[in-house]
Design a protein around this ligand. Structure first.
Ligand code: PMP
Length: 400
């Protein structure tokens, strides 16, 4: 039957309903600040939002969005190729290209449309894509559509990438290597110096999704490649406006002049309406702020280290290094769901991640840190985790 394949999901939803938990689609009834809201009737600290710099609630960004809505209306009602290319879109493209110090930029309506569309378009039949095995769903969706040969290399493993590129022999000129700056689930950072070295040795083009690293890494916030000092080795930088920039939308920038031809071949650019001018205007303001206020990035990392160290001190199974994403890797599905519920009841909203969204078929309690969190809020999050241990819901498994 057509619906048979959904039975497992229906069973899982029924189990969650029976346990009175709503980890997927919990409703935020009110936003009180960048880090606090009313979720499912409770006042909570928001620790699962990707709002790394707190800019979704910055008065300057809100004002920019309001002004743009008054000037331009609420929507473009069309694609960039038809009637949806407003001066705001072109201005943001210029600003984001300038930010990366390259000539070419394309702005998309979502980050998903940017990565999926670029990956689907850059490589085609006869080309080869080598992608990190833990790549985001939007990348997998894109490469599946591309028609290229697809090779997965082991997560964050440049040696495995080298082995597979070597096998392509003289054909690496038609190879697209895909990696991410910070991986979204564990918060681990790609070994970009080594990946760049491999690319230099064997050839190919490098596409880097900086969705979680733009704004959070690098001397001026350009991301993980800037942090690693290998920006010249990256052919395409993609990213999103929905995390550090606090809005919605995506981008791809490149030094390659071919981008202007590529633009008109990307289906997720051509056949969808462009972003509302208010969204573009707030993004432009955020982009200005992240360049003018590097202290936001410093505060984010201070908070990330505080949360990471606090959870590690409790002996909880955190990932190997501190990052704006701090994930706890749990083995017991039922216990992880109970933990998520208990955290919400203790006033902390985090993300529950289950397979297939979690990379290795395990269960994650995923926290994302914000520069807007106060020290007291970070300490409250740590205290909420400590209460899980006290209640016997979570076990310290790491030597403190
Ligand atoms: N790439 C990565 C690595 C992501 O984590 C995400 C979103 N979680 C996206 C792309 C898609 O971005 P958006 O949600 O802004 O569409």
């Amino acid at each position: 039957m057509l619906f048979d394949k959904f039975q497992d999901m229906a069973n899982f939803q029924a189990e969650l309903a029976e346990r009175d938990v709503k980890p997927f689609g919990a409703v935020t009834e009110q936003i009180l600040s960048a880090t606090e809201g009313i979720v499912e009737g409770r006042k909570v600290i928001l620790a699962g939002t990707n709002n790394y710099l707190g800019l979704s609630y910055d008065p300057r960004c809100i004002r920019a969005a309001q002004d743009a809505a008054e000037r331009w209306g609420t929507g473009t009602t069309g694609s960039r190729l038809a009637n949806g290319s407003f001066a705001e879109h072109e201005a943001l493209e210029q600003e984001i290209a300038d930010f990366y110090g390259v000539e070419n930029a394309i702005v998309f309506s979502t980050g998903y449309a940017a990565t999926m569309g670029m990956c689907a378009t850059l490589a085609g039949p006869g080309d080869t894509i080598l992608l990190d095995a833990d790549s985001h769903a939007s990348i997998y969706a894109g490469v599946t559509l591309s028609g290229a040969d697809i090779i997965r290399f082991k997560h964050n493993n440049p040696e495995d990438l080298a082995k597979r590129l070597r096998r392509l022999g003289d054909n690496t000129g038609r190879a697209l290597i895909i990696a991410e700056g910070i991986y979204s689930m564990y918060g681990d950072i790609a070994p970009l110096r080594e990946i760049a070295e491999v690319k230099r040795e064997f050839g190919g083009y490098l596409f880097l999704d900086e969705a979680h690293s733009m704004g959070t890494l690098g001397a001026t916030g350009r991301g993980a490649a800037q942090e690693a000092g290998v920006e010249d080795d990256v052919d395409f930088f993609a990213g999103t406006f929905s995390k550090s920039l606090g809005a919605i939308g995506g981008f791809c920038v490149s030094r390659h002049a071919e981008m202007e031809a590529i633009r008109f071949c990307i289906r997720s650019y051509i056949f969808t309406a462009s972003s509302s001018p208010s969204v573009i205007a707030s993004t432009r303001e955020s982009l200005r702020i992240i360049q003018a206020e590097p202290e936001l990035r410093e505060k984010l990392w201070e908070n990330a280290h505080r949360l990471y160290d606090g959870l590690k001190q409790l002996g909880l199974p955190v990932s190997p290094a501190a990052s704006p994403v701090v994930a706890l890797e749990m083995e017991d599905r039922s216990a992880t769901i109970d933990c998520w519920k208990a955290l919400l009841e203790a006033g902390v909203y985090v993300n529950l991640v289950v397979p297939p969204a979690s990379p290795s078929n395990n269960y994650l309690l995923r926290n994302s840190v914000s520069a807007a969190h106060s020290t007291a809020q970070i300490d409250s999050i740590i205290a909420a985790y400590a209460s899980l241990i006290d209640a016997g819901l979570a076990k310290p498994t790491l030597a403190a």
